[in-house]
Design a protein around this ligand. Structure first.
Ligand SMILES: N[C@@H](CCC(=O)N[C@@H](CS)C(=O)NCC(=O)O)C(=O)O
Length: 197
């Protein structure tokens, strides 16, 4: 591939951290400032349906907060194809809109960069908004859609955070995970249990 100067960076903080499914040249773990990740967006396609919408991640503005995830570098040669794919998955099917944010790589020697991010705002028709950890966990426990169960979505995100950002305290994510594991006390829903099947 000839040396390409124009790349587009895409920041993922939900399913995109563990399942980008688009072409990229490299990825960096890091964070964006001014947003907190909340399971306040409804999903009636990928992880839920019209009767029982799932709960998936979105970003809520909070100048004190930051959200950890993955930035993917998409080379110019793959930009159109990747954006078309994400437009269907995130915008048309997921109800997200795009923003540009500053991404700060975890690697201290790497400089911050601008990235595209998909955010679902409260005026979105399937936006569900705040709920207690127990209520969110209960909704996740009974929702599944075209792409899979809502439990898998939550557990894979928690797995990513433990693996790649072990020093990060994500109280919202881990308290929902804890509430979910209480619903299934024998650990039958953990990813390791599912892998053993
Ligand atoms: N935009 C967030 C969330 C993305 C997300 O979870 N989008 C849903 C659409 S509602 C999705 O792509 N789900 C695919 C899946 O659940 O495997 C991100 O950057 O990761």
């Amino acid at each position: 591939m000839a040396h390409e100067t124009n790349s587009l960076w895409i920041f993922g903080y939900g399913s995109l951290v563990w399942k980008p499914d688009f072409s990229y040249k490299r990825r960096k773990v890091g964070y964006i400032k001014g947003y907190k990740r909340r399971f306040w967006h409804g999903d009636d396609f990928h992880r839920g349906d019209k009767e029982k919408p799932g709960r998936v991640a979105t970003l809520v503005e909070d100048e004190e907060a930051c959200t950890w995830g993955v930035a993917y570098e998409v080379p110019e040669s793959h930009m159109e194809e990747s954006l078309q794919y994400l437009n269907v998955r995130e915008v048309l099917l997921g109800g997200y809109i795009t923003e540009i944010v500053e991404f700060v790589p975890k690697e201290k020697s790497h400089t911050p960069l601008l990235a595209l991010v998909y955010i679902a705002t409260s005026d979105n028709p399937i936006y569900l908004g705040p709920a207690s950890d127990v209520e969110i966990a209960a909704q996740i426990s009974i929702s599944s859609g075209k792409t899979g169960h809502n439990i898998e979505y939550l557990l894979r995100l928690a797995e990513f955070m433990r693996l790649c950002c072990p020093e990060v305290e994500d109280e919202h994510l881990y308290s929902i995970e804890a509430a979910l594991l209480k619903i299934f006390p024998h650990g039958e829903i953990t990813l390791s249990a599912q892998r053993a099947l």
